[in-house]
Design a protein around this ligand. Structure first.
Ligand code: SF4
Length: 498
């Protein structure tokens, strides 16, 4: 697989190209509409859904507040149960840990259960550079990998593909990397799933090393949790001799009891199910049962940077359910590739800049603008991440990061306004001047241009581009402060002399 998000153009260019693909838009509208309806149905069944959301947000916030302590508890619990714990500051360190373990076992392939963290660090590419093939076993990930494609959705990475396209990918690519697709493969879902099952089963039974992520990591018991729908995760977690789990440090939960809240929030928000078909939990090594060597790589890769941002840190509550993608009008039209990251959609628009930092590259800086700020993402988020609030906060950071150089007309106007408004006397004089202008503008405004448009909306002033689409209200002939002085705060009779 050679496809990569590295070097993707900024969101506006990528989105423009995606909007020209009518097949993509049709696929996305159908898929997101279906998942949206399923989610809405199962969420409406619970009377205490809002209380669950509040509980989920509160548990995550409390955990993040004492993250250092919970991580040390998790490390100790994992070690007590026979797991080896590794700490990785960034993608390079995490990839090297995984590659070293695979090398140490002399393998040239690993099987993987879908993991956003391993995609974030580019693990497949790093292993390929060492001559180790990483086989994706989630159906949608398999489609993406065989098609030399990129994931475009958190939960359904091949959401941009339809059945006919998937059949073609299976027919043309499966044979090159393992068991080929059966003769006469149709695009019926059951036939496609059967072809994937037969292809993957060989890899499950052969692989000595598996790589996973984790949805949650329980500090109290040293337990990792993976929730999934296809059973491929259960195969990866139980069949190989060695299991390596790459886990973002924000995945920690203090106690086993906390899972009660998240195992209700996650399946309903993600696949629109009351309960996901497979919930796998494991704690270290159990003699004679499952992998006899387990490693956990605790990954930072920008998470402590996000944690230091008082507004942005709420993004670390994210449980990767993808509900915000499915309701986003921008995502539904552009698809995930336009975001240039494994984290697309509204959560990607805030998480990528928080993890990487703003002012680093043009593509990342473009993401906080990939939103209409409609707020639909906040309404569905099971852990109540106020994505619009973080988007606005990040936009301010992007603007600050690009200050300097030759000031634009807007910069000069803002500096002048700041100087005027910083002094009471200057503000007073400006208001009087504005009153005079308002009198003239009121006279001009009563005259109509052809088409009925107000003349004031077209006055050639420094913000005239702004008024191309809006009318500029004429300043009042008398300011509030002048009115206050004239009427003694409204106590003097109206019509008093100015
Ligand atoms: S931000 Fe909220 S809705 Fe979006 S993926 Fe994360 S948890 Fe789900």
């Amino acid at each position: 697989m050679t496809a990569t998000f590295v070097g993707m153009p900024p969101f506006p260019s990528a989105a423009r190209e995606a909007l020209g693909n009518s097949q993509l838009r049709a696929n996305l509208a159908h898929a997101t509409g279906t998942i949206r309806a399923k989610r809405a149905g199962v969420v409406a069944e619970l009377d205490d859904w809002e209380e669950l959301r509040l509980a989920g947000a509160a548990i995550k916030d409390e955990t993040l507040r004492h993250l250092d302590e919970h991580l040390l508890t998790l490390e100790a619990s994992l070690q007590a149960r026979g797991a080896t714990v590794h700490w990785a500051r960034d993608a390079a360190e995490a990839c090297e840990v995984v590659a070293a373990i695979a090398r140490g076992h002399g393998v040239d392939e690993v099987v993987k259960v879908k993991s956003m963290a391993t995609q974030e660090i580019g693990l497949n590419e790093a292993l390929a550079a060492e001559g180790i093939a990483a086989w994706e076993t989630d159906l949608a990930e398999l489609i993406v990998q065989l098609g030399d494609d990129l994931p475009s959705h958190i939960l359904v990475p091949a959401i941009h593909r339809n059945r006919a396209e998937i059949r073609e990918i299976f027919r043309s690519r499966m044979g090159a990397v393992g068991r080929p697709a059966p003769e006469g493969l149709t695009d019926e879902p059951a036939a496609l799933a059967g072809a994937a099952r037969a292809h993957l089963r060989e890899k499950f039974l052969r692989a000595k090393v598996a790589v996973s992520g984790a949805n949650f990591a329980v500090a109290e018991t040293g337990t990792l949790v993976v929730v999934e729908s296809e059973g491929n995760g259960r195969m990866c977690l139980t069949l190989p001799e060695v299991l390596i789990s790459v886990v973002g440090i924000e995945k920690v939960l203090p106690t086993w009891r906390d899972l009660e809240v998240f195992l209700q929030l996650l399946p309903r928000s993600s696949t629109g199910e009351r309960m996901n078909p497979y919930t796998s939990t494991w704690s270290g090594v159990t003699e004679g049962d499952g992998p006899q060597e387990t490693h956990v790589v605790l990954l930072d890769n920008g998470r402590t940077r996000a944690l230091a941002d008082e507004v942005g840190r709420q993004a670390l509550r994210c449980i990767r359910c993808s509900a915000c993608l499915n309701v986003c009008p921008v995502y539904e039209r552009t698809g995930g590739h336009a975001y240039g990251s494994v984290y697309p959609g509204p959560i990607g628009a805030i998480l990528n800049p928080l993890l990487k930092g703003v002012g680093v590259d043009e593509q990342t800086d473009s993401l906080p603008y990939a939103s209409s700020l409609c707020g639909a993402c906040f309404e569905v988020c099971p852990v109540r991440i106020d994505i619009p609030e973080v988007l606005v906060h990040l936009r301010a950071q992007v603007v600050d990061a690009h200050r300097g150089g030759t000031p634009t007309g807007q910069d000069r106007a803002m500096r002048a306004a700041s100087w005027v408004l910083a002094g009471a006397r200057r503000t007073d004089l400006a208001e009087r001047a504005a009153g005079l202008v308002g009198g003239v503008a009121g006279w001009v405004g009563r005259r109509r241009l052809p088409g009925g448009r107000k003349a004031i909306g077209r006055l050639p002033w420094p913000g005239s581009a702004w008024t191309d689409a809006r009318d500029l209200p004429a300043p009042p002939a008398e300011s509030f402060r002048a009115w206050w002085r004239r009427t003694d705060g409204g106590r003097a009779p109206e019509g008093s002399a100015r």
